[in-house]
Design a protein around this ligand. Structure first.
Ligand code: NIG
Ligand code: FE
Length: 412
């Protein structure tokens, strides 16, 4: 099956040779071709170029993209899409003055979601989660990472990861799974942290590894959650089971989680709302991708990741949604890109790089996703007719996507 896109107003994020990520000043460069064509064959990008060089070929399907922009689909490297129920009451409680921390300290927050998750049958969790997955695919996401972390029991964590596996089997979108048993201490371990860490390391990890249910290991390294020392132990155990670390750090406090992540060669360190100069310095010349989650900052009214200081220091940045019931009930990468421009002062070029190639890197899939490169997956967004790609972040509340292709198939 060969599909030919013609008359593309502008084709974004073209990379003749595959790159892993872009950092610092390179993030400002978004290579494009105006008036372009693109060929899809066997679900992969087979060719692209200027319409002046359109090759003669037999196409089974032709898509005329006159006036429309084409770009690689979003790579959302940090989500918690699998969960049960919602936390709408906590949302209203926060409007009425309670803080995220106060809600968590009263047994709400992550523990509230854990109770719901453990009470809900696996099929029902699958049915609720697939609605969110279908929604993000329609919004232009072509690859997504999904975490566990609302089970906090052996059965609950396995149940979540089996749902992730089932979604991965049933949908064309690329899914990477992360084990986040270390998301919070369950009430029964409130005064026995070591007991819960032993459960993660001795019971959960071996079972998850045996059933090949996860690619990565995550820890919520934060005051009141997991200490840096506990984070180290859990990363070390995860690595022994073949899981690369990707961790939650610096959401509310800078306590050394970034440095610990780097020590264990974490693929990414995520959140980064609170950054000290030494945190930025530590990330320089490492293989660890800093991931910003601006819709979490928006929803919780907490600081935004200091993107300008990080890019000025030569760092890369990836953007992701953090889609979860508590801190970010939204999986809209278009909103993330716009918010990064509006609130973090990233340029449209930087934000698009951060949401495509750098997001792919943060999931370990930049060889196959995140740019328009021959041989990569034909995961594409075709916009409505628009003036320029600036319109994507500028018209932040508009729906500007017309068609989404995942592995060459039109899904919306
Ligand atoms: O990434 N910070 C930790 N975990 C999630 C939120 C969890 C929740 O509130 O349910 C996050 O923001
Ligand atoms: Fe998160």
């Amino acid at each position: 099956m060969t599909t030919l896109l013609i008359n593309i107003k502008e084709l974004l994020q073209i990379r003749e040779t595959a790159i892993a990520k872009v950092s610092g000043a390179e993030m400002a460069i978004l290579p494009t071709i105006k008036n372009a064509f693109l060929v899809i064959s066997d679900n992969l990008i087979a060719d692209f170029g200027s319409m002046d060089n359109l090759p003669e070929l037999h196409a089974d399907k032709i898509i005329d993209a006159t006036g429309k922009i084409v770009l690689p689909s979003w790579c959302d490297s940090h989500t918690h899409i699998v969960y049960a129920g919602n936390r709408e009451q906590e949302f209203v409680d926060r409007i009425n003055g309670l803080s995220y921390e106060e809600i968590a300290n009263c047994g709400g927050g992550i523990l509230n979601s854990a109770t719901k998750l453990n009470e809900t049958p696996e099929d029902e969790i699958y049915n609720q989660s697939k609605v969110r997955l279908e929604e993000v695919m329609q919004l232009g996401t072509g690859a997504v990472e999904i975490k566990s972390g609302y089970g906090l029991t052996l059965d609950g964590e396995l149940k979540m990861l089996r749902v992730v596996q089932r979604l991965s089997k049933n949908y064309p979108i690329t899914i990477k799974a992360t084990f986040l048993g270390a998301h919070a201490f369950p009430l029964e371990y409130a005064t026995n942290h070591q007991g819960y860490i032993d459960l993660i390391i001795n019971d959960m990890l071996p079972e998850i590894a045996k059933n090949k249910l996860a690619d990565f290991i995550d820890v919520f390294c934060e005051a009141g959650y997991f200490t840096v020392e506990e984070t180290r132990k859990i990363m070390e155990a995860g690595i022994k089971f073949g899981l690369k670390p990707k961790i939650h750090v610096n959401q509310f406090n800078s306590i050394g989680g970034i440095q610990a992540g780097i020590e264990y060669n974490a693929l990414s360190v995520d959140h980064l709302e609170v950054m000290k100069p030494e945190d930025i310095k530590a990330l320089k010349n490492t293989d660890t991708m800093p991931v910003a989650l601006p819709s979490c900052s928006y929803f919780l009214s907490i600081p935004y990741t200091p993107a300008r200081a990080m890019i000025a220091a030569g760092l890369p940045i990836a953007l992701a949604t953090d889609y979860n019931p508590g801190s970010t009930p939204s999986g809209n990468m278009n909103f993330v890109v716009a918010t990064a421009c509006i609130k973090m002062k990233m340029t449209p070029e930087e934000a698009i790089n951060a949401a495509t190639i750098n997001g792919a890197y943060a999931m370990g899939i930049s060889e196959t996703h995140g740019s328009i490169t021959i041989g990569k997956k034909a995961n594409l967004i075709i916009t409505k007719p628009i003036t320029s790609y600036y319109q994507l972040p500028y018209a932040f509340g508009s729906t500007l996507i017309e068609t989404v292709l995942i592995e060459g198939e039109i899904i919306s």
